[in-house]
Design a protein around this ligand. Structure first.
Ligand code: BJW
Length: 241
């Protein structure tokens, strides 16, 4: 698959005045220009720990303080970041089309850009979850393993994040939105982590046009009909214009 040239991609123009049904999946690449690190850009390490060691239930069980430190840092970084032109363009797209916005990101930059509804399939930095009773509540800026659950009082708090081996959230709604879309677009995601990495193949099999916006071809690039190559802060506003 070569570089897609601008002008050859399907623009989300209304057909006969009717808005299109568009399902968008975003990944870490859309927040890169807001200054938030992607997962696989460097070597997937954080303080010499493999991402798989801090983003798994087993990693949390082995060293909850380490995992909380990782997410406390991420929460602070996200709070200090601003939405970029790509987040703003997707908020604008929702005003003109029937958009289902699914993100793998745990930051809130889509919400702060004005997107009316965001499906956080991998959870959110703004949520706390009790590993003992399943109660959810808004996360404080800094969490610790000693924090007790407001519902059951047990010290079993964790970030409300979907780790490896856990079931991503809202999957039924997401499969429905993929199947009923006119267009599926994946923005800034490397196509390494399932089930999100399988969305394009799933949509394509239902006859849905699939478009990728990325700096480079993703691991599942062949599942897309087209690619727009470049930084999301430029390509997404151009695409939705
Ligand atoms: C730019 C840019 C710019 C840079 N402009 N672009 C086969 C089928 C199904 C599942 C599996 C399977 N094989 C293995 C699994 C299990 C596993 C998995 O997929 N493993 C793989 C590593 C193989 N999946 C799971 O465990 C998932 N759960 C699941 O499958 O449940 C089913 C089940 C459960 C139980 C029993 C039975 C079945 C859960 C996955 C949870 C992922 N969690 C993480 C961490 C938590 C969130 C957090 O801490 O933030 O989510 S992992 C991490 O990767 C994070 C991300 O959301 C996710 C995806 O990363 P993303 O967004 O793609 O980022 P990068 O860094 O990889 O890529 C950035 C991209 O942007 C690059 O392409 C750049 O080029 C681009 N870019 N700058 C545009 N400016």
């Amino acid at each position: 698959s070569g570089r897609a040239t601008s002008g050859s991609h399907p623009r989300p123009r209304p057909i006969a005045g009717k808005p299109l049904r568009i399902t968008v999946l975003t990944g870490a690449g859309i927040s890169a220009e807001s200054g938030l690190a992607t997962f696989r850009a460097v070597d997937g390490l954080w303080e010499s720990h493999r991402i798989e060691d801090v983003a798994t239930p087993e990693g949390f069980a082995a060293d909850p303080a380490l995992v909380h430190r990782f997410y406390n840092m991420r929460r602070k970084d996200a709070a200090g970041a601003q939405p970029n032109a790509a987040h703003l363009a997707l908020a604008d797209l929702a005003r003109r089309h029937d958009l289902t916005l699914v993100t793998q990101n745990v930051d809130d930059l889509h919400e702060r850009a004005g997107s009316p509804e965001v499906i956080h399939m991998h959870g959110s930095l703004s949520g706390a979850l009790c590993a003992a009773c399943g109660h959810r509540w808004p996360a404080p800026p800094v969490m610790s393993p000693d924090d007790s659950c407001p519902a059951c009082a047990r010290p079993a708090t964790r970030p409300d994040i979907v780790w490896f081996g856990e079931m991503p959230y809202h999957m039924e709604r997401i499969w429905d939105a993929l199947e009923s879309a006119d267009l599926f677009a994946a923005i800034g995601t490397s196509g390494n982590v399932y089930p999100a990495a399988g969305f394009a193949q799933h949509a394509r099999r239902q006859g849905v046009e699939c478009l990728e916006l990325n700096l480079e071809g993703s691991a599942n690039a062949r599942d897309f009909h087209r690619r727009i190559t470049g930084p999301a802060g430029r390509t997404v506003p151009e695409w939705v214009a």
